[in-house]
Design a protein around this ligand. Sequence first.
Ligand SMILES: [Zn+2]
Length: 63
Amino acid sequence: MSICYVCGKDISKNEVGLTKKLINKNAKDFYCLSCLAEYLEVTEEELKDKIEEFKDEGCSLFQ
Ligand SMILES: [Zn+2]
């Protein structure tokens, strides 16, 4: 189990995957959806759409 680097909230495999995909594939610090949205200056909805896109591509970082 991983926690958000910013707020300490438990995060899902998808949030870990999204941090790797959007920030750095070797990232060791992970972000929850809301902190990642703030960091990237996008909305949580846009990030959820991204998760769906990566899942559709069959990316193993997502479930
Ligand atoms: Zn957070």
